[in-house]
Design a protein around this ligand. Structure first.
Ligand code: AR6
Length: 204
């Protein structure tokens, strides 16, 4: 369950102690985020986010993994949704997944280029997914590295957008979300997120 995945604060507690800092307990940003490397389909959260395409009818990458693990009822529900525009998000049941819901969002096709359109669209993916969390009263969510696979959004700027957008959302909606898991799959993304999170979620 979620208890097995440490929060960013829990994972960095030993460092806090070495520096002799006081542990402040709950409520801080670092209590609400985790960095997890592995398969998003095993996570027992209220919702996992799918990096889908505009058809919402499945594909490769994380989308293929999610459809495979959720079973064909997910495909059936997705068929009733009439697709999804880039930057928008739609929610379905999680079916055979341990997650209760899947939030399907469509990242920009970047092919290595990061301009204002790609930046705005990827930001909207995170915002609209979090908005669906709020509208459905959900509190724990896992995000994959949207657009950074087949869609070719460069990893470093994509991580900046993911982390900054989630951080702002938590700050502006402090009671709604209790945990956001950044679910990375590749060692390169793990290293990028670890470095950036150390700077962003210090809570001191
Ligand atoms: N769990 C977590 N992350 C994963 C998993 C998994 N099981 N499998 C892959 N990743 P991508 P995109 C990572 O290509 O770039 C599909 O065909 C992967 O290593 O899945 O948004 C859709 O139907 C990468 O870091 O999504 C669309 O057509 C990240 O997930 C298109 O790909 C995103 O890579 C969307 O492309």
């Amino acid at each position: 369950s979620l208890d097995k995945i440490p929060t960013w604060r829990e994972e960095n507690r030993s460092n806090d102690n070495e520096e002799g800092k006081e542990l402040t307990g709950g409520g801080g940003l670092s209590d609400k985020v985790s960095l997890y490397k592995g398969d998003i389909t095993v996570l027992e959260v209220d919702a996992i986010v799918n990096a889908a395409n505009s058809s919402l009818l499945g594909g490769g990458g994380v989308d293929g993994c999610i459809h495979k693990a959720a079973g064909s009822c997910l495909y059936d529900e997705c068929q009733s949704l009439n697709g999804c525009e880039t930057g928008k998000a739609k929610i379905t049941s999680g079916y055979d997944l341990p997650a209760r819901y899947v939030i399907h969002t469509v990242g920009p096709v970047a092919r290595g280029h990061v301009g204002p359109t790609e930046t705005n669209d990827l930001t909207s993916c995170y915002q609209n997914s979090l908005r669906l969390m709020k509208e459905n009263g959900l509190s724990t969510v896992a995000f994959p590295c949207i657009s950074t696979g087949i869609y070719g959004f460069p990893n470093e700027p994509a991580a900046d957008i993911a982390l900054n957008t989630v951080k702002s959302w938590i700050e502006e909606n402090p009671d709604k979300i209790t945990r956001v898991i950044f679910c990375v799959f590749l060692e390169t993304d793990f290293a990028i997120y670890k470095k950036k999170m150390a700077v962003m979620f210090q809570d001191n």
